[in-house]
Design a protein around this ligand. Structure first.
Ligand code: NAP
Length: 460
């Protein structure tokens, strides 16, 4: 680590003032995890499952980007693996360099992002090091988390909901200079206050999936959950699902949590789910080998749900596995029910029987990340200690590829953190008292990984 980078870490750990941070020299280079443009064809002919992120993700020394108007340079203490880290590393559905090229063609200002390497990562926690002209809400020295809605709001189309802006992109996926680095470049409207009771890696494990789940289930752009709703949650202790489960429980709704192992089953119960389905143990397969639907399986799934709920069907389905589950999701939603979808992990060409949709007046809502207001509200709930991190493990930056492989293989519980400048795990907590009140929930995943599923109740 260079002397300049070390001075940044010292200032962060010493809780330096705005002046201290303004006086720091920004290093010329930094360590970052990248993909390389000249390698995008390296996995040609391989099945998705056989594409290995350890081959395509590199730890490089790269130049630190320049900060521009309405932007900030952030010293990244930690980031986290998201499924888009997997997509980027296996160059699917398209190499992310295409996004960088398109953006550069649209506006020359984006040319600085269109490089032979792509610094990935769509989550981050850290400290603001520099702000460009026009930044009014945050200043050097502020401790922040970063959400990944990258939008400058020049089009009228985005002014009711910035996710509708034609130039809306996901930072660290459709832009360069993401969170798997020692320093990241963000727009000022990606900055949010870091929850003071959390460590750097816990804070960094939340923005992307927490905000996405908030929009899908809570926001007026999604389902607007209410008490009593039956909520079917696929992957209920995965990245997204772990937050969906908490939103459902917080709302007084009844989650039906679907997972694939006994360990995850028990974890759902520990978090508070009454109804849990282990899809592996039950052997559910909704698609036949030829791609047609197995209606007997859907009926069996619906019957199991009714047995749990006392004969009720599902008000809303929290959908993201896609092709393998979507037909069943449409089937089990109650008349007038809704399927909210944000992804297609198992394939984006979905088939469902439209009779079940139109005859029963069901609805499908497409959802994508979150606007600044939604991300802010989701972060606020974390700051208020009403939503908790679900972090199972944390890796050093140089092992980001190994961590990405775990998510690719569906071997992760909740979220996996990646350290940036933070020299070790467990740092960054300013509100020790608030943390102590919620330590049971904060540690629930770590305890679970260690085989202890007791959820310690909050102190009043
Ligand atoms: P994750 O942490 O890997 O969790 C996904 C969960 O899905 C897994 O835990 C797994 O749970 C479940 N799953 C996997 N295959 C399944 C199958 N065949 N049938 C049923 N369930 C299955 O990933 P994530 O972060 O939650 O993201 C999930 C998807 O959403 C990814 O495709 C990601 O790219 C996308 N996403 C989209 C947005 C957006 O803004 N549009 C935001 C975040 C994520 P079990 O094995 O326990 O059932």
């Amino acid at each position: 680590m260079s002397a300049e980078m070390k001075a940044i870490v010292d200032a962060i750990e010493g809780q330096g003032s705005q002046r201290d941070f303004e006086g720091l020299t920004i290093p010329k280079t930094m360590r970052a995890i990248t993909t390389h443009r000249d390698e995008v064809e390296m996995f040609e002919g391989l099945a998705s499952a056989d594409k290995d992120p350890r081959k395509s993700l590199h730890l490089d020394e790269v130049p630190v980007p320049e900060v521009g108007a309405n932007e900030a340079l952030v010293g990244i203490m930690a980031s986290s693996i998201n499924f888009n880290s997997v997509w980027t590393s296996i160059f699917e559905p398209i190499p992310t360099f295409k996004f960088l090229e398109r953006a550069a063609k649209r506006d020359p200002i984006n040319k600085s992002h269109d490089l032979p390497y792509h610094i990935i990562g769509s989550d981050g926690s850290g400290v603001v090091l520099r702000t460009g002209p026009g930044v009014t809400q945050f200043k050097p020295g502020d401790r922040v988390t970063l959400h990944c809605n990258y939008v400058d709001m020049q089009s009228p189309d985005g002014h009711n909901d910035s996710m509708l802006d034609p130039d809306q992109r996901i930072w660290g996926f459709e832009t360069n200079f993401g969170g798997f680095a020692e320093i990241a470049l963000v727009r000022a409207n990606q900055l949010m206050p870091k929850p003071p009771h959390l460590t750097w890696e816990e804070a960094a494990s939340m923005p992307l999936v927490n905000s996405t789940s908030y929009r899908m289930l809570v926001s007026q752009n999604g389902w607007q959950i209410k008490q009593g709703d039956n909520v079917l949650i696929w992957g209920a202790v995965g990245g997204l699902g772990g937050f969906a489960l908490q939103y459902a429980l917080n709302a007084g709704a009844f989650p039906i949590a679907v997972v694939s192992s006994e360990e995850k089953e028990q974890l759902c119960r520990t978090i508070g789910a009454r109804w849990v389905i282990n899809r592996k143990k039950e052997g559910y397969r909704f698609l036949n080998a030829d791609g047609s639907h197995d209606y007997k399986e859907m009926l069996r799934f619906g019957k199991q749900i009714r047995e749990m709920t006392g004969g009720e069907d599902v008000d809303v389905v929290f959908e993201h596995p896609g092709r393998h589950t979507f037909g069943a999701s449409v089937f089990v939603a109650k008349p007038g029910g809704t399927i909210v979808t944000c992804a297609s992990t198992t394939g984006y060409m979905h088939e469902y029987d439209n009779r079940y949709l139109w005859m029963h007046k069901k609805r499908i809502i497409g959802s994508h990340f979150a606007n600044y207001r939604e991300a802010w509200e989701a972060n606020r709930l974390v700051c208020k200690r009403a939503i908790h991190p679900l972090l199972s493990q944390t890796f050093p930056l140089e092992q980001a590829a190994e961590a990405t492989l775990l998510v690719h293989k569906n071997q992760a519980l909740g979220k996996i953190g990646v350290l940036g400048l933070a020299p070790e795990e467990g740092l960054g907590v300013l509100d020790e008292e608030g943390r102590a009140r919620h330590i049971g929930q904060i540690n629930v995943y770590r305890n679970a990984v260690a085989g202890d599923f007791r959820l310690v109740k909050d102190q009043p």
